[in-house]
Design a binder for this molecule. Structure first.
Ligand code: GAL
Length: 440
């Protein structure tokens, strides 16, 4: 658990008061100053623990503190990218009636288990007309269940990005404009290998493999991806599914062998250190390249291109918060959601985080070159698709299972087995596919 300086200050006062009360004023004074009475707090859970992520959430908390200086903000970060670790922790807390005032969650499917169990407050009153007017429809709809609003988006991340070392590509005369197909991409990997770059592609722990695979699956085309997240890919001999696994197998041939031991940001650091040339990751990676960590300049030491075959697509990850039922500080929960939704909050958080604002009226002068290009792409791409690995596109059980199946595939490279496991599981939980996505 991390305390903001305001929280530390408030708790320091509190401890002093109790001690003083015990010594000077006796029992009466101490009873008057219990933590519950004195400490007006907001407790939030999230998984933003990398350098860039932490700097970003601290900036958002600072906006809250500036507005509510008397509220102590208690951040409870649970490390583990993409929330895989925090999901288990938060579920137990919420089910035990111990929900924090708000917690990080992905928009879309990830909220259903809480909504279905009646554990979330409706927040229609916070979705004002002014807010609805500046939130893109695709984002708005992913924060609604059963016709009502239950979560508040803070950003829009893009997942189908290859981050690369300009030095390694320049040194080897590789032009990114050519890297539009997997064949050309793997040719570039061969060139790098021949030149002595042992592992042209960097990869991290389990979910980062599933993240890369998801983007390869999207490169099979929007129709395939739409069918996949609508639970319609149920044949173990589906050609696109087998092709995607085949491409992923080739991809794994260029990856660092210690991937299982690396966090996502450690894998991104391999690009920062010019150990590897390419890393498929969402644009939270920009937070590691940027001023909060490496302080590199976009277009100089690092740059990006769309995952081959997905240039006119934008894979969406949307982080949000909500108001769980029966929280300790309901008023502060709503206040937090208002700050999360606000222009000031989003323009403090997103320039550091790497995401673009979920609001169309963001002050772009506050954003860096990468995000300006992402805003342009967001406006001009033909297709948007919600991420499975980042909780939005498919039932949560499928997200977890996919990560396990892909982890096994990374070890045994058995495409037939992986295709069977993926499609069998889809059939097993078909009733949980309650959203019909229309992406094409
Ligand atoms: C995503 C999340 C991002 C980023 C990333 C790595 O799921 O939406 O905000 O934090 O995980 O932790």
């Amino acid at each position: 658990m991390e305390l903001s300086s305001k929280a530390k200050f408030a708790i320091a006062i509190l401890v002093t008061a109790i001690v003083v009360g015990g010594v000077v004023g006796g029992i009466t004074y101490a009873v008057l100053v219990t933590p519950e009475e004195k400490l007006d707090a907001l407790e939030i859970y999230h998984w933003w623990t990398s350098g860039g992520e932490k700097a970003a959430v601290d900036a958002l908390v600072d906006v809250f503190i500036a507005e509510y200086p008397d509220v102590a903000v208690i951040q409870s970060p649970v490390s583990g990218g993409a929330g895989f670790t925090m999901l288990g922790v938060i579920k137990s807390l919420v089910l035990a009636g111990e929900a924090p005032d708000a917690f990080q969650m992905h928009a879309g499917y990830e909220g259903y288990p809480y909504y279905d169990a009646n554990l979330l407050e409706k927040i229609d009153h916070l979705w004002t007309d002014e807010l609805k007017a500046v939130i893109p429809d695709v984002v708005e709809s992913m924060n609604m269940f059963g016709g009502h609003y239950y979560s508040m988006p803070v950003n829009i991340h893009r997942n189908n990005i290859v981050w690369y070392s300009t030095k390694l590509l320049d040194d080897n005369n590789i032009k990114v404009d050519d890297l539009t197909t997997w064949t050309k991409f793997f040719d570039a990997c061969d060139t790098l290998k021949t030149a002595g770059v042992k592992y042209p592609i960097s990869m991290g722990t389990t979910w980062t493999a599933a993240h890369a695979f998801e983007q390869i699956a999207a490169s099979m085309g929007i129709d395939f991806y739409e069918d996949w997240i609508n639970g319609k890919i149920t044949s173990a001999t589906d050609e696109d599914l087998l092709d995607a696994l085949g491409i992923f197998e080739t991809y794994l041939g260029y990856v660092n062998p210690d991937h299982a031991d690396l966090t996502w940001d450690a894998a991104t650091s391999m690009i920062i250190n010019n150990e590897s040339a390419f890393n498929i990751m969402g644009d939270w990676a920009n937070g590691e390249f940027g001023p909060a960590v490496a302080n590199y300049t976009f277009g100089v030491e690092y740059d990006t291109f769309a995952v081959p075959g997905t240039a006119d697509m934008y894979s969406l990850t949307i982080d949000c918060f909500q108001h769980p039922k029966n929280v300790a500080h309901p008023k502060n929960s709503d206040r937090w959601l208002e700050v999360v939704a606000s222009k000031a909050g989003q323009d403090a958080f997103n320039p550091i985080k790497g995401s673009i604002s979920a609001r169309t009226d963001a002050d772009l002068t506050k954003y860096g070159a990468y995000q300006k290009s992402a805003v342009d792409d967001f406006k001009k791409v033909t297709y948007m698709y919600p991420s499975i690995v980042h909780g939005s596109g498919a039932p949560e059980a499928f997200k977890v299972k996919l990560s396990d199946i892909i982890s096994a595939f990374v070890e045994d490279k058995d495409a037939e087995e992986a295709a069977k496991d993926i499609t069998d599981y889809t059939k097993e939980i078909i009733d949980e596919y309650t959203v019909i996505w229309d992406l094409a």
